[in-house]
Write a protein that binds this ligand. Structure first.
Ligand code: FES
Length: 110
């Protein structure tokens, strides 16, 4: 899997649901951008339970309970800010983080 080189623009902060997530603007690898209370994170868009993507067909990832993302396949939930599994069938496996930096309301790979 090819991760975005440092400096790659992955998306605009205002395009990310808060709380929630959305597919990043990077086609070489599945990445989602997630936000809670203005804090932005990025993760591989691969659920550790069975490898399905977390997004819905519209590209968005549902927030669950205000502070977690929910996988639409079987309902695993993940803390938005840490990626840790917070319930459901993924057990102790969390989302894989992707390092990002926010500058001028834009999200860049680090
Ligand atoms: S693939 Fe995500 S909960 Fe099963």
């Amino acid at each position: 899997m090819i991760l975005p080189p440092p400096g790659t623009l992955l998306g605009e902060v205002e395009g990310i649901p808060d709380p929630g997530g959305i597919i990043a603007n990077w086609a070489e690898a599945p990445i989602i951008l997630a936000c809670r209370d203005g804090e932005v994170r990025a993760y591989l868009n691969i659920c550790p339970h069975a490898g399905r993507p977390l997004n819905l067909p519209n590209g968005k990832v549902f927030a669950h309970g205000g502070d977690t993302l929910i996988c639409p396949a079987h309902g695993a939930v993940f803390d938005i800010l840490s990626g840790a599994c917070a319930g459901g069938p993924a057990g102790s496996s969390g989302l894989t983080p992707v390092s990002v930096d926010v500058r001028d309301k834009r999200v860049y790979a680090v």
